[in-house]
Design a protein around this ligand. Structure first.
Ligand code: UT7
Length: 313
């Protein structure tokens, strides 16, 4: 029996705010269409010298400072991302350099698209049992603007950039529950890899929408059953922020109050692996998270892949 204990959070978003109105100057769209279909008003996109490693470093520094933990006490550093600055070195290794993490720190990136943060949290927790030091930095960090076709209105309005971090310690006297799943035969979200074709996100929106509601509902029900509790016993559900309507559907299907679901998609857009830790950091800073609260995380997206976790704050 053991569980990851999240000791602190941190986040960083780029300075440039991109509103729906700004996008409507380039493609045939409107604030009304985007907001009513997704709940998004604006998102942040990297500009100038901003990049993933710099955002990740700022988010990680905040998490370390808030917990009063020094970089040399970190044994594991994982970054969930599908848009790293470099295919190699990994963002985690570049973060090691930025933060001054010790040489025997386990550092690597992990790609499970929008479910990546929960995969990284689970992996970090497992790795901590054999690590040299007790703390893990777990991040979601994306610069999705670098793989967007800004002339494709069906995708360019959806995504934002950002990084979120948590600092985790392994607790042996607690337990948590997780669920994972993949459907590798379904390529309804694709991002072209390196090659002659221009990098761009392709998504069959309605199929992905149905998938998201289905697996998120299934994950929440499985996690509640594993813990032996009802939906009313949860303090928060923090879903991957893909579309406010997905969350509304989910709340209806679970017969849960919409206020149980934390949402920040209106000003962040879909930041893939960064969305859950970004939301956790906002929630923490707003004073919404207290020790002992039951928090359920659920991510879903490209792969297709999904992951859920039920933990105590
Ligand atoms: O993060 C990974 C997980 N991702 C998700 O979970 C996303 C799931 N899917 C969705 O959130 C929604 O399907 C979208 C927001 C992506 C799209 O919303 P939709 O209600 O499913 O719209 P649609 O794709 O069915 O398109 C409806 C119409 C189309 O026009 P026609 O063919 O009916 O004439 C589109 O061309 O809306 C048009 N359209 C737009 N119109 C104005 C598509 N994008 C836009 C746009 N502005 N930005």
């Amino acid at each position: 029996m053991s569980a990851p204990e999240i000791l602190s959070t941190g986040s960083c978003v780029p300075t440039q705010v991109v509103t729906n109105e700004m996008l409507a100057q380039r493609v045939d769209t409107s604030d009304e269409w985007v907001f009513s279909r997704t709940g998004i008003h604006s998102r942040r996109h990297c500009s100038g010298g901003e990049n993933g490693v710099a955002m990740a470093a700022q988010a990680a520094r905040q998490a370390l400072e808030r917990a009063g933990v020094k970089p040399e006490e970190v044994g594991v550093c994982l970054v969930a991302t599908f848009t790293p600055d470099f295919a190699s070195p990994s963002t985690a290794c570049l973060l090691q350099r930025e933060l001054g993490l010790l040489e025997d720190t386990i550092c690597f990136d992990l790609n499970a698209a929008c479910a990546g943060f929960v995969y990284a949290l689970h992996t970090a927790h497992s790795l901590l049992s054999g690590a040299s030091r007790p703390y893990a930095l777990v991040l979601g960090c994306e610069v999705i603007s670098r793989v967007l076709d800004m002339d494709d209105r069906s995708t360019c309005v959806l995504f934002g950039d950002g990084a979120g971090a948590v600092l985790v310690r392994r607790r042996e006297d607690a337990c948590w529950h997780t669920v994972f799943g993949s459907r590798g035969d379904d390529m309804s979200i694709r991002v072209q890899g390196p090659g002659p074709e221009k990098a761009a996100v392709h998504m069959e929106g309605q199929a992905v929408f149905r998938f998201a509601v289905e697996v998120a509902e299934k994950s929440v029900r499985q996690l509640l059953e594993q813990e032996g509790i009802g939906i009313g016993d949860l303090d928060w559900i923090v879903c991957h922020q893909a579309n406010a309507r997905i969350t509304e559907f989910l709340a209806k299907r679970l017969r849960a109050d919409a206020s149980l679901f934390y949402q920040n998609i209106d000003h962040c857009g879909n930041t893939s692996a960064a969305s859950i830790p970004l939301a956790l950091d906002e929630l923490q800073r707003a004073g919404g998270l207290r020790k002992g609260m039951r928090v359920l995380l659920v991510g879903f997206g490209g792969g297709l892949t999904w992951a859920g976790a039920l933990l105590r704050w």
